[in-house]
Design a protein around this ligand. Structure first.
Ligand code: ATP
Ligand code: MG
Length: 557
């Protein structure tokens, strides 16, 4: 990764920071992640977190976690806690730099008073509808409010009244006095404060006026000495207002806003609103459903912070909207886990295999390497015996050409064990294969150096008497990728197979000891993670993180 960093060209935000430091605009770098505690975080937020944290690290600066909790609506402590957990899990260490914007209400109020005193803000009695009407359109300039020319004294008195609680919600607002004819609608005397008789989760009933986002956010950044306030593109048109606020409020070394494109993944539900709807409609099992790209869902599915970092790095930082692909995210977790995790055997669709010439009742404990590509993962003892489970599709009664697995008369290698030759099979009353018979060759034991002959197929297996039984959950995209994200009526095109649960899957004994959240490769079946919510002692539940097949190729840099 280090090498990659050196060869990759610096993205536009790094270039902007380099220039600011070179020009002496700032002497240090300070960034922040400012979530609104009104939902759980998702992969898009991960991009913002890792970008802001990464920049602070790169420039030896500081990174703040700040809850943007100026809105006195349902902000829940539960959400604050989950966001903190997610940010920590991603490895963005904010040390003791945890802040709440609501702690700055007094400073924001003081800024508003300063603006009034400087003749830069006024109290307006127009109704919300009238304000909208007066604002004009993209093609027409706005009209001045009849209250625009109130004296400083009157404005101070009226603003004080707003604060004191005698004014009804919506009856008055404080507005910036900028320019009703500005081509940028955001500059047409935007609202700075509104009256809202609501209890705030942090400040209780101390305030009945609350600052608007465009006023509050720049002040929050300035108070914390943020240098580069990185946000997403939809705020680009708000930047002149951001600059106006920090300038007119008189902050020294005012922060600078830089916008980048949001991260989207093709055919994947991101965005708080959409995820929330899936949760509310009961389509998924809460915010941490392993099918979601919420941070908690990804974590529960078995994604690692390293894989998410690799993904956002590959997606890059850009000013123009682009869409990443889900296979790239899957590639990242495979890359991260392939050498780190043991490769064990589990059968997802079992059928019995009986080795008729193997002694009845005998169990042999074989040595099996945990990961042939990484010796450091050591080896384990693997039970082998007369009766095994294999995957149903590793046997065919009448094989097509190039089928090298089991069929009558064919010999295959049982991974880590012996060669076996299929001698016959049984069917149940429904005509389904129920038992496969074979004979093994004791001379072919794995690790014995046998070189007598080669076989083309190797299959995995689990010995029946020592097997554990686990629940395995297979996932697909919640969205039906073939048909695109949305139906004509705007609702999501759901994939009916997004969750398939396999009960009683035979697994080798080592897997029964899986710790909650632990990841494994199941040989030939993919990467899996022991679900930390539903696994019980002696009854693990495994989530498939990703299969082994990849359609993604790393672009040549
Ligand atoms: P959503 O888009 O899901 O509604 P939001 O923007 O309302 O999210 P906030 O809590 O306001 O969520 O955002 C916190 C930070 O995360 C903001 O700086 C925001 O720009 C950034 N962010 C949100 N979504 C993305 C995304 N898809 N890609 C990159 N950054 C994002
Ligand atoms: Mg938001």
């Amino acid at each position: 990764m280090c090498e990659e960093k050196e060869v990759r060209s610096r993205h536009f935000i790094e270039q902007a920071i380099d220039k600011d430091l070179a020009d002496g605009v700032y002497s240090h770098v300070q960034t922040r992640f400012p979530p609104e505690p009104n939902g759980y975080l998702h992969i898009g937020h991960a991009k913002s977190i890792l970008l802001n944290y990464g920049l602070a690290q790169e420039y030896g600066g500081k990174f703040n976690l700040r809850f943007d909790d100026t809105n006195p609506t349902k902000e829940k402590t539960e959400l604050v806690e989950s966001i903190i957990e997610d940010v920590k899990w991603l490895g963005a260490d904010y040390e003791d730099r945890l802040f709440f914007a609501s702690n700055y209400f007094q400073q924001m109020y003081d800024c508003a008073v300063k603006l009034i005193k400087d003749g830069k803000a006024y109290v307006c009695d127009l109704s919300a509808d009238e304000i909208r009407e007066y604002r004009g359109t993209l093609t027409e300039p706005g009209k001045n409010s009849p209250y625009r020319d109130r004296s400083v004294e009157e404005n101070l008195r009226l603003f004080e009244e707003m604060k004191s609680g005698v004014i009804e919600d919506g009856a008055r607002v404080l507005r910036a006095k900028i320019d009703m004819a500005s081509p940028n609608i955001n500059m047409r005397d935007p609202i700075l404060y509104r009256v809202a008789h609501m209890t705030h989760h942090n400040t209780g009933d101390a305030w009945c006026i609350y600052p608007m986002y465009d006023f509050a956010h720049p002040i929050e950044d300035a108070i914390e000495h943020i240098t580069h306030s990185i946000c997403t593109l939809e705020f680009e048109d708000h930047r002149p207002l951001y600059d106006w606020v920090v300038r007119e409020c008189g902050f020294e070394e005012p922060p600078r806003q830089i916008e980048f494109a949001k991260l989207y993944i093709k055919n994947v539900v991101t965005g708080k609103r959409y995820i929330k709807k899936l949760v509310e409609d009961g389509i998924v099992d809460g915010w941490d459903d392993p099918r979601l790209v919420s941070i908690s869902g990804l974590r529960r599915r078995g994604y690692t912070p390293e894989s998410i970092k690799m993904f956002v790095d590959l997606a890059g930082v850009s000013k123009s909207q682009s869409v990443a692909e889900l296979p790239m995210l899957e590639y990242c977790i495979r890359e991260d886990l392939k050498l780190k995790k043991p490769r064990l055997m589990a059968i997802l669709d079992p059928v019995k295999l009986v080795i008729d010439n193997y002694p009845e009742g005998q169990i042999e404990w074989l040595d099996a390497a945990n990961n042939l590509e990484n010796e450091e993962l050591g080896s384990r003892k693997l039970p082998f015996g007369r009766e095994l489970f294999i995957e149903r599709d590793d046997f065919m009664e009448e094989p097509p050409k190039k089928y090298y697995r089991l069929y009558p008369g064919n010999e295959v290698r049982l991974m880590n064990a012996y060669f076996v030759t299929c001698t016959g099979f049984e069917k149940d009353a429904d005509g389904r294969v129920s038992v496969i018979h074979c004979a093994y060759d004791p001379a072919t034991k794995s690790g014995s150096g046998f070189e007598g002959r080669k076989v083309k197929g190797t299959i995995h297996w689990v010995e029946a008497t020592q097997a554990g039984f686990a629940t395995v959950r297979l996932y697909e995209n919640i969205v039906d990728e073939e048909n695109g994200m949305f139906k004509e009526d705007g609702t999501l095109n759901l994939n009916p197979n997004s969750l398939v649960v396999k009960e009683n899957c035979p697994v080798e004994p080592a897997l029964m000891q899986a710790r909650a959240g632990e990841q494994f490769q199941f040989v030939r079946n993919g990467f899996f993670c022991a679900d930390y919510k539903d696994s019980r002692e002696g009854a693990p539940v495994f989530n498939r993180i990703v299969s082994l097949k990849s359609s993604f190729k790393l672009p040549v840099q």
